[in-house]
Design a binder for this molecule. Structure first.
Ligand SMILES: [Zn+2]
Length: 175
C-alpha cells in the first residue's frame, strides 16, 4: 500500500457508496397494503355519497384509494375490485358502454360476475333458442352479438328506493 492510495478513496467516492437512488428503489419495492373488503366498501359508500356521479372506473378507483389512504397511506386496490364491490353495495348503479363482438357467449356477467339469466325464444320448429342473456343484478344484457363493456359510469342510488323497487316488482309478479 502506497501512501497516496488512501487519499484516492476520496470523500466523494465514499459518498457515492451511499447512492441516492436507493431510497427510490425501496419505494418501487414498497409493499402496498390491501384493505379488507369492508373497508373498501365503506370508502366506496363515502365516495359515491359525496360525488353522486363518477364518470369512469379509474376515477372511482382513484377516489376510493384517496379515501382509503386517509386511514393508511399504503392502502391500494384495483379498479375491478372497486367496481365489483360497488355493485354489491346497494348504493351504486352502473351504466355500461359496450362495443360489439361476434365471438363468445357469456356465462357470468362481465360487469358484476353474477350468473346471467338466459331468455329463450321458441323457434318455428318448436325448439328453443337463447336470444339474450340478462344480468339480474346490474341489468347488463347481451344478445347474439356479444356486448363487451368498455366504459362505466357510476351513479349513487338510495338503498331504500332500491328495496322499494324490488318489493314493487315482487308485488307485480304476483298479479
Ligand atoms: Zn351484472
Amino acid at each position: 500500500m502506497k501512501p497516496g492510495d488512501a487519499e484516492e478513496i476520496s470523500p466523494d467516492q465514499t459518498f457515492l457508496e451511499v447512492p441516492e437512488p436507493k431510497p427510490e428503489e425501496e419505494k418501487k419495492e414498497k409493499h402496498w397494503k390491501l384493505p379488507k373488503d369492508e373497508e373498501i366498501l365503506a370508502a366506496i359508500i363515502a365516495v359515491i355519497n359525496r360525488n353522486r356521479t363518477i364518470e369512469s372506473q379509474n376515477r372511482l378507483r382513484q377516489l376510493v384509494v384517496d379515501e382509503l389512504q386517509k386511514n393508511d397511506p399504503e392502502y391500494t386496490t384495483t379498479p375491478e375490485k372497486v367496481r365489483l364491490l360497488a355493485l354489491r353495495s346497494g348504493h351504486v348503479r352502473v351504466e355500461v358502454k359496450t362495443k360489439e363482438d361476434d365471438v363468445g357467449k357469456p356465462t357470468k356477467c362481465p360487469v358484476c360476475r353474477t350468473t346471467m339469466d338466459r331468455l329463450k325464444n321458441k323457434t318455428l320448429t318448436g325448439g328453443t333458442v337463447t336470444v339474450e342473456w340478462r344480468c339480474p343484478m346490474c341489468k347488463y344484457w347481451t344478445g347474439k352479438k356479444l356486448r363487451i363493456p368498455r366504459h362505466y359510469t357510476f351513479y349513487a342510488i338510495e338503498p331504500r328506493k332500491n328495496k322499494r323497487r324490488t318489493v314493487l316488482r315482487a308485488f307485480q309478479n304476483q298479479l
